[in-house]
Design a binder for this molecule. Sequence first.
Ligand code: ASP
Length: 323
Amino acid sequence: MKLIVIAAAAALLATGASAQSYPDKPITVVVPFAAGGPTDKVARDLGVALGAVLKQTVIIDNVGGAGGTLGATKVAKAAPDGYTLLLHHIGMSTSPGLYRKLAFNTLNDFEYLGMINDVPMTLIGRPSLPASNYAELRKWIDANKGKINLANAGLGAASHLCGMLFQQQVGVDMTTVPYKGTAPAMNDLLGGQVDIMCDQTTNTTSQIEAGKVKAYAVTTLKPLSTPALSKLPTLDSQGLKGFNVSIWHALYAPKGTPAAVVEKVNSALKTALKDADFIKKQEALGAVVVTDGRVNPAEHKKFVAAEIEKWGAAIRAANVYAD
Ligand code: ASP
């Protein structure tokens, strides 16, 4: 009995001491999608700002596949010491509805560290697609039923959610082609191997600006103010009434990470989100850095719980599942 008490006290002391000196070695942030894509870009830019505040190197580990669930699983099972974090997006709240078997529980298996940004999406097409605006795309879709390839980053990805709702609203089923992220999907779209994709502005803005892809619409209710995207109509104004998809990114640690470490990372995140360079980069790509209460762990978790309910209903209506 005495031994157990001593061991517990020693463990407590060790945790306290390590939380105090945290971080004394590089921090790995798992990005559950391919390098060079929208989530990776947010992570790399945030990693610089966060690393400067925490005075440590932030290493990005891309663990793509299965719509972000492989990377999330890796972090759910990692040591809860603050040295392995997860930067994920709306997939945290869509995966529970999409996967019958999920190796993690979004609400129970993580410490919530705070939200990072909100990111609108755009509907784009391969450069050779014979449709220059949404009205022409709509006609092309009707004329090509059964032959259309829609790229996405796997079940649970933002591109999947947006593409799923798009197919539902236009009433046309497309062949979905999954990738480990929308960076490789974009390469195939540019090469003409796939026809269309719904992707985050953080990945599409530069391609749209350079005229390398066909750009048809934004997925938010209001048009965007980012110069390169401001001329794009909303899907809502093009007949898809109420179409409104904007995604978010956030930071997580494995469940059981010491409260002092959670507090330290959250405080560093709050400072990093005020970094002028980070804000400038995000805004240029159409993303909006979070300034509201969702930057606090408790509110972040409450928001995600509401998102699970919201998207769960849409997923049940679409009847899309993975075993
Ligand atoms: N965020 C994913 C990526 O970074 C794409 C997606 O969710 O659709 O590739």
